[in-house]
Design a protein around this ligand. Structure first.
Ligand code: SF4
Length: 413
């Protein structure tokens, strides 16, 4: 019989600063959208944010809004609005819930920040490095607002990255400049761009260090904390605020490690999370794992905002490299080696694969990877069926039973 513990939560003090940064991000955008004081670019979460910041745009990330729709559990009721205009329930539920939110005129920004709607874009900029859905998503808004949609088309399923691929992506980034100059009304300034690249690099270095503190036993924080604290790495990379934030957070995490503070009291098992978070169930899952004395110490998802290849001396090429070397862009062999490296570093006992119904791009269980990794690493894996935002694809009871059985299996080993 599995021994369950009452959950003792360890709040992270830096969370107060985090809340301020996220609030300022949205207030600044809202103000600019109302007054026209600054141009606004929408950008995909692993799109060329540094170029946009370096050209003076405020940058808004619809995927972050998508995650808020999921976490606030508004997504499930809003998805049908997008389905009704022809966007399938089987495609990305960030896309469908976000477009649904726009059509229904309902956003979590209202409740959290008293902001009526997402900021109107002056330009939409995507990178298909993560999936094709982002281009379709932005194209819908491009038609709605009658503004330009421009982007980068990345090579996918790459093993070893070739020079011609980097040159191609670097050129595609450069090719965005004339269209962006036209929208911003400002000339491209290389020094300003380099500064944004350098700040983004610093943010990435610090974010990596923060995530790596979870290699400590016990771990000072969990995957569920990472999904919250990654906010500035997504929406504020390329700014000084993000750098300052991760310095603060890192100091707190290091202090926790030094004094042996465990995120999960009595940590007994350590797991890796592969795939998207289930945004509407973060708290429930966090409590369930904690009650089983299990800490999810690392994930592919939160590692995806580490771009420490960035180099202000070679801004275009290093951006091309950083946004192409990403896990999601790579082939199966690379991904398995990546997870093996994580296994050696974080020392986990098993892997949870989240098969997200509407995101095949971030569901790596579908072509035999769990079986191959079990063989290769000698650790068990569990696949959870669910979704990032559409909770109709997720069974709480079934998942709970499966997780408990999985931990029991670890107990017996
Ligand atoms: S990677 Fe998945 S979750 Fe992200 S935008 Fe693409 S389909 Fe949606």
């Amino acid at each position: 019989m599995l021994a369950k513990k009452e959950v003792v939560r360890k709040p992270i003090a830096a969370s107060k600063t985090l809340k301020k940064i996220m609030a300022n991000h949205f207030y600044e955008l809202d103000e600019a959208a109302k007054t026209g004081s600054k141009k606004i670019a929408w950008c995909t979460s692993v799109g060329p944010a540094e170029l946009l910041r370096g050209m003076g745009f405020l940058v808004y990330f619809p995927e972050n809004h998508g995650a808020m729709l999921g976490a606030s559990r508004m997504a499930t009721e809003l998805i049908p609005y997008a389905n009704a205009i022809g966007y399938s329930p089987d495609i990305c539920s960030y896309l469908t819930s976000d477009i649904g939110s726009y059509l229904a005129r309902k956003t979590p920004l209202q409740k959290v920040y008293n902001i009526k709607s997402v900021p109107k874009p002056d330009v939409l900029v995507f990178n298909t490095n993560q999936c094709r859905d982002v281009q379709d998503w932005f194209s819908w808004y491009g038609r709605e607002f009658n503004v330009p949609v421009i982007g980068i088309h990345t090579h996918r399923d790459i093993g070893e990255i070739k020079d011609y691929q980097i040159k191609d992506i670097a050129q595609q980034i450069k090719d965005l400049i004339p269209a962006l100059e036209e929208v911003s009304g400002q000339k491209f300034d290389m020094d300003r761009f380099k500064e944004a690249v350098e700040l983004s690099r610093q943010c990435s270095v610090l974010w990596r260090k923060c995530l790596e503190t979870a290699a400590a036993i016990p771990s000072p924080w969990t995957f569920f904390d990472h999904t919250i604290h990654m906010g500035p790495a997504v929406v504020a990379r390329g700014t000084k605020d993000a750098v300052d934030y991760y310095e603060l957070l890192l100091a707190e995490l290091n202090e926790r490690v030094a004094s042996g503070v465990a995120a999960v009291e009595g940590e007994k098992y350590r797991l890796y999370w592969e795939g998207m978070p289930i945004w509407g169930k973060l708290r429930a899952l966090s409590e369930l794992f904690a009650s089983l004395r299990t800490c999810i110490v690392a994930s592919t998802y939160c590692n995806s905002w580490i771009f420490d290849q960035l180099d202000p001396e070679e801004p275009f090429e290093s951006m091309a490299r950083a946004y192409t070397e990403l896990f999601i862009v790579r082939d199966e062999a690379y991904k398995e080696q990546y997870i093996e490296n994580c296994y050696k570093f974080f020392r986990f006992h098993g892997i949870i694969f989240h098969d997200a119904k509407t995101c095949p791009n971030n569901s790596n269980n579908r072509y035999g990877m769990p079986e191959r990794l079990t063989k290769r690493l000698g650790i068990p894996t569990l696949t959870i069926n669910g979704d990032l935002n559409d909770l109709r694809c997720y069974s709480e009871e079934q998942t709970k039973t499966n997780i408990e059985a999985f931990i029991e299996q670890l107990e017996e080993e």
